[in-house]
Design a protein around this ligand. Structure first.
Ligand SMILES: [Zn+2]
Ligand SMILES: [Zn+2]
Length: 388
């Protein structure tokens, strides 16, 4: 055992800060590396993995070294990322060796050190149609390179890859998402498994509709090229999280993640909105939101307060969905992340009497099960009515 006592780096840091504080007030000497995990709850039976399956590095047209993507993912509280450099577009190749497997190789040691699941991927980059596709869970990226899109995607599928269509409106007429015969061909071969419903700060309603109609997996990705904090900064602006795919997996492992992606257990997250199927949206709400008091007493037309706790970082925007015979309740309310909000209710009649179970009907506008739709949610109250 080493006899010399060493100062823990954090302790040393705070000692230096103390000294500096006396000499140079307000001058921070050290920055502590911190991971901020967005509070998005697990749902019954599954862990909710926060993932970004579309990122670039200098090995294609990105502007950062591969291990920076891992550092960012750790700071942003992600569980998994894919580094998905373009195969056909490598504008830095005069300065950075053209090697489709290299970016993931470089990032791997830090990913293992920090516990980030790193998925080996590429972006297959073809003219529209069919456009760009990410292939995840590759073993050999180099052999995916081929001028014919079917040959290229086929070589990825042969490795067990999960294939999704990126940013469907990209270079399409009028920036519309247009489904082409090439996409039907891929779908019929079983070579198209998902679509980006969210890319960067864009949401594509047509893509969501296709996920529902054609049985495809919902993806939400950043497609980041520069530093992620240039585009999103949850550290400076509350709630400004990077876009994510929420994956409902049996455990936090790459194989469980892969199983969940093929089984379509995902949702896309952007700016507090979640795009996905009701079977996942409802349990996210029910796990995140709890009533502090579900029992209230109302005397005549008098009022009472129901306190609602939101344990997540998702700002749920609720709008009343119908009326209740016995009670008035607010038309709209926002459940502030990490806070308890008051829901004021009042009686409608002096004649109501006795104990009743009352369900307050709302829709969560930020939970989107289909384009233009919002998720119904309920608060179950146990109300004792008394005559004045
Ligand atoms: Zn692309
Ligand atoms: Zn891309």
């Amino acid at each position: 055992m080493n006899g010399a006592r060493k100062f823990h780096p954090l302790l040393l840091c705070s000692m230096l800060a103390l000294v500096a504080g006396t000499v140079f007030p307000n001058q921070a000497l050290c920055r502590v590396k911190a991971r901020f995990e967005p509070r998005i709850p697990d749902i019954p039976g599954y862990v909710t993995l926060k993932c970004d399956f579309h990122t670039h590095t200098v090995f294609s047209d990105g502007r950062v070294w591969p291990d920076i993507r891992i550092e960012e993912a750790w700071r942003d509280g992600l569980d998994a990322i894919a580094i998905s450099d373009h195969i056909e577009y490598t504008p830095h190749q005069d300065d950075v060796r053209r090697d489709h497997d290299r970016s993931v190789e470089i990032a791997r040691p830090l990913a293992e050190k920090l516990g980030i699941i790193l998925i080996k991927a590429v972006e297959i980059t073809k003219q529209v149609p069919p456009g760009h596709f990410n292939a995840l869970f590759l073993k050999n990226s180099a052999i995916v390179e081929h001028e014919d899109y079917l040959e290229s995607i086929g070589r990825a599928v042969d490795q067990g890859a999960f294939i999704f269509w990126n940013h469907p409106p990209f270079r399409q007429k009028g920036n519309q998402s247009i489904w082409h015969p090439e996409h039907t061909r891929l779908l019929e071969k079983g070579w198209l498994h998902g679509i980006e419903v969210v890319n960067g700060r864009d949401y594509y309603p047509e893509a969501q509709q296709w996920c529902l109609e054609k049985g495809l997996t919902f993806l939400g990705t950043s497609d980041v090229h520069s530093l992620i904090d240039f585009d999103y900064d949850p550290h400076a602006q509350a709630g400004d999280f990077r876009p994510m795919t929420l994956v409902f997996a049996e455990e936090k492992t790459e194989s469980a993640l892969k199983e969940a992606l093929f089984a379509r257990r995902t949702a896309a997250f952007l700016e507090g909105n979640i795009y996905g199927e009701s079977i996942y949206l409802r349990p996210i709400f029910e796990t995140a939101v709890k009533l502090v008091n579900h029992q209230v007493t109302i005397t005549g037309k008098g009022g009472a307060v129901v306190q609602v706790r939101n344990r997540s970082d998702i700002p749920f925007r609720l709008e009343a969905d119908g009326e209740v015979a016995e009670l008035n309740f607010p038309d709209s309310v926002t459940l502030v992340p990490g806070a308890i909000v008051q829901l004021g209710v009042s009686g409608k009649s002096v004649e109501t009497e006795g104990r009743k179970t009352i369900s307050l009907p709302y829709r969560a506008l930020n939970l989107v099960p289909a384009p233009g739709k919002s998720q119904p949610v309920r608060f179950e109250l146990d109300v004792t009515f008394k005559k004045p």
